[in-house]
Design a protein around this ligand. Sequence first.
Ligand SMILES: Cc1cc2nc3c(=O)[nH]c(=O)nc-3n(C[C@H](O)[C@H](O)[C@H](O)COP(=O)(O)O)c2cc1C
Length: 152
Amino acid sequence: MTDSPYKQLVYASTATIGRDLSHPETQRELMKIVSHSRRSNPKRGIVGVLHFGQGKFLQILEGQPETVDALFDAIREDPRNKDIEVLRDEARDELRFAAWNMKFLTLEDEMAAFLKRHGLSAFDPYQLNDRMLSDLVELLASGQDEGAPATA
Ligand SMILES: Cc1cc2nc3c(=O)[nH]c(=O)nc-3n(C[C@H](O)[C@H](O)[C@H](O)COP(=O)(O)O)c2cc1C
């Protein structure tokens, strides 16, 4: 079937805005990304989740394929991240993240359990196999939105 109305794109990237959430400048930059996304994504019909951990991003973008691709092109060019790698790019009949313009999660506790479950020593989204990625997508879908990162 090639006529699904949506796609889900999952990518990993490395933040260039620092790796420590307790750092005010990193928090500020994250807040800018999240608040811009929350304003802009509804206009494009895009939903999803942004995870930040250990200096890495993992983002899930869902929406109409051409709209998701256009946004992803912009993100690829965004100097606040680098080393972008697509982990999943699939047609979808439904939006898994329909409730969130851009859910933001750091998942400190859940991530520790996730790493333990899969025998990993640190969060490295580039190293996830398909089973780990599916588990992580479910974790991100069920996790409580953390709003925007707090300003110090
Ligand atoms: C990791 C990361 C995730 C981003 N996610 C989004 C997003 O979901 N929506 C969005 O509009 N911009 C997002 N951005 C910002 C875009 O790269 C870009 O700055 C923005 O789309 C330009 O906005 P404009 O074309 O609406 O002016 C993200 C940037 C980074 C670094």
